[in-house]
Design a protein around this ligand. Structure first.
Ligand code: ADP
Length: 649
């Protein structure tokens, strides 16, 4: 049974695993198909865009841009530069030329005074003369220089005010750089050089915020330089290669996204400019700072159109819509670059689910840009109904084992009982034969003596006849006992009840018994009170008393006084027979009233008997509606009492 159950449980486990695997395969293929569709759809719109004429293409890109969501951008590369949709998706323009520092001729004199003559005052007034020039570029350049000279001259407040005037020009390009940027950076420099770190930090924060707002068109080099300057002033030690996270906030996150997109476009732009004909679908994943960025592209006649999408965008726009399917199936999805960090989920799975059933499809198998993994979210939920089934199985097994045990026990018990009965019966047969043989032997001997005429005196002859009669009586009683016992066992013994005077009956039985045992030296002491009549079968009650007296003699080989009493006790007529003999060991108390049961002492010391005496007494007393009780102490003797209800007057 145990083997069978373990086989079943194992099969069940295998089934459970198979079911889990099926779910995973189904979900993996559903997710793969969904993602393949999205990629195919994106590529077909890119193909459409690429095949449009340039002007229509830009309009179409601008229309599509708002549907992309954060973290994604459409990018067009042409020999003329980069077009991005949404327009503010990037922090800088990778195609922007490096800015050239060029002094406007009007300010040449001021520079001569400032650097050659080192006459700051005159240089300042030379610059100041141009601060209201009609050309804003000249005005800005003059303000920039004026503020620098003022600062060198130790007039910090005036310098800062002048920088503010410069900042107001904001997007006006001064040597290719926005006035606002130059002013903000210069203010930062002044504060830093003054050693006023708090103010410097505030200036730096505002510089970063304005860089993040993408109000200026910058080249990559300028952006990185000013960004790094600001970060350094804020005390954030960052290498320019790392994605700088200005502060922990949603703004910061979108800044990081934009930075990632910018770097990706920059790297693609450089590759595109180097190798003119980049093959279509050359590469899906571009790893920037170990973050995998998805790039889908389509190239037609000198223009390449790309969709660039960061992991955050993929999660929000592509994977989030799949969540209901995944949640419904109880499956967790993971996407990762074969070598790089996971794209989804952003955090590694909790350790508890690491041993959950999982399935991984490499990019080559799934025909997706990523390695796709699916795992059962809660393996215990899957195995719950299997566990219930296994519990039923184990319960049945336990029940079956219990049944087997109970069955074995019952059969063993029944067999033992049969064996005991068989032994009792054979003991009984031996005992009965023995009982018969003893009187028969003495009768035969006496009869032979009488036959041979060898008995001379009449007195002797009378004695022998008495022996013959006594042994005959004994045989008779024995046979009657057996017959009666047989009838009682069969329930065929008919009792004839009549009012019998208990004291008279007991006296009569004792008198008769005395005659039989007087020769062996036994004395029967009778104490008979007037107990009144009982409703009894005279013959049966006599037999019961006789059996008790017989036992008292048999089991008192040494002490030869038997006490018999009859009296009223608690409204009952009680007839007791006491001896002072062997007594009955406590462990036999429960069994001596059963038929054929003989005590250990009786059998060991060879006392004659058949084991039916007390069984008969019990039968008779029960037929009289009375009860039999006994007390016994080993070595001190036993008292058996028959208690009967008195006959109604
Ligand atoms: P038997 O006397 O033929 O063996 P009984 O049914 O009369 O059968 O008694 C059953 C057993 O009870 C006896 O074998 C004996 O061990 C025990 N027994 C009965 N009466 C007495 C007694 N008065 N004293 C000691 N043991 C007794």
């Amino acid at each position: 049974l145990v083997w069978l159950a373990s086989q079943l449980v194992q099969q069940d486990r295998a089934l459970e695993r198979e079911r889990g695997h099926e779910t995973l395969t189904r979900v993996a293929s559903a997710v793969t198909t969904a993602l393949q569709h999205r990629i195919a759809a994106a590529k077909s719109s890119l193909n459409q865009l690429a095949s449009l004429p340039a002007s229509e293409r830009r309009a179409a890109m601008a229309r599509m841009a708002p549907t992309l969501g954060p973290g994604a951008a459409l990018v067009e590369f042409t020999s003329g530069g980069i077009t991005v949709a949404p327009t503010r998706a990037l922090l800088y323009d990778p195609a922007a030329p490096i800015e050239q520092v060029e002094t406007p001729p009007a300010l040449a004199r001021g520079e001569w005074l400032e650097f050659r003559e080192r006459d700051l005052r005159r240089a300042a007034s030379a610059y100041r003369a141009h601060t209201s020039a009609p050309d804003p570029a000249v005005r800005g350049a003059a303000l920039l220089r004026l503020a620098r000279v003022l600062w060198k001259d130790g007039r910090a407040d005036e310098a800062l005010q002048t920088y503010d005037l410069l900042g107001a020009l904001d997007t006006v390009s001064i040597h290719g750089l926005p006035a606002g940027l130059l002013a903000a950076h210069a203010r930062l420099g002044v504060r830093r050089d003054q050693g006023r770190r708090d103010e410097a930090r505030i200036e730096a924060d505002s510089l970063v915020a304005r860089l993040a707002s993408r109000r200026w068109r910058l080249s990559r080099g300028s952006f990185e330089f000013y960004h790094e300057e600001a970060l350094r002033a804020r005390g954030a030690v960052t290498s320019p290669d790392k994605v700088a996270r200005p502060a922990a906030s949603a703004l910061a996150a979108s800044f990081a996204e934009a930075l990632l997109l910018s770097r990706a476009v920059d790297s693609l732009w450089r590759a595109w400019s180097d190798v003119v004909a980049t093959p279509v679908d050359a590469r899906y994943l571009l790893t920037m700072d170990s973050v995998p960025v998805l790039v889908l592209r389509s190239a037609r006649a000198g223009a390449t159109v790309m969709l660039i999408s960061t992991p955050a965008h993929l999660r929000a726009a592509w994977i989030e819509p799949l969540q209901p399917i995944l949640a419904g199936e109880g499956v967790t999805l993971s996407l990762s670059d074969a070598a790089g960090p996971p794209i989804f989920p952003p955090e590694p799975a909790p350790a508890a689910t690491l041993d959950a059933p999982r399935l991984t499809h490499a990019a080559a198998v799934s025909r997706l840009p990523w390695t796709l993994g699916v795992a059962i979210t809660d393996p215990r939920a899957l195995s719950r109904d299997f566990a219930a089934r296994r519990r039923v199985l184990l319960f049945s097994l336990v029940v079956a084992i219990l049944l087997v045990l109970v069955g074995t026990y019952s059969v063993t018990r029944a067999v033992n009982r049969e064996l005991a009965v068989a032994r009792l019966q054979s003991d009984f047969v031996a005992a009965v034969s023995h009982e018969f043989r003893t009187p028969l032997t003495s009768m035969r001997q006496v009869a032979e003596l009488l036959d041979a005429g060898r008995v001379s005196s009449d007195e002797r002859r009378t004695q022998y006849h008495a022996v013959l009669r006594r042994e005959g009586d004994r045989l008779h009683r024995l046979v009657e006992n057996l017959l009666d016992f047989g009838r009682m066992e069969a329930g065929a013994r008919e009792f004839r009840f009549e009012p019998v005077d208990a004291a008279a009956l007991v006296t009569e039985v004792v008198e008769e018994f005395r005659n039989g045992v007087a020769t062996s030296g036994y004395e029967v002491v009778l104490s008979a009170a007037d107990a009144g009549p009982v409703h009894a079968d005279r013959e049966a009650l006599t037999r019961a008393l006789w059996n008790l007296l017989d036992n008292a003699v048999k089991y008192s080989p040494e002490h030869k006084t038997i006490d018999v009493s009859v009296a009223r006790d608690n409204g009952r007529v009680v007839m007791s027979v006491s001896d002072h003999g062997l007594g009955i060991p406590p462990e036999e108390h429960g069994a001596i009233f059963q038929e054929f049961v003989r005590g250990q002492a009786a059998r060991v010391s060879g006392v004659r008997g058949t084991g039916i005496g007390l069984a008969m007494v019990r039968h008779i007393v029960q037929a009289h509606g009375g009860e039999i009780r006994f007390t016994s102490i080993v070595g001190a003797g036993s008292t058996f009492s028959i208690r009967l209800a008195p006959a109604p007057a």
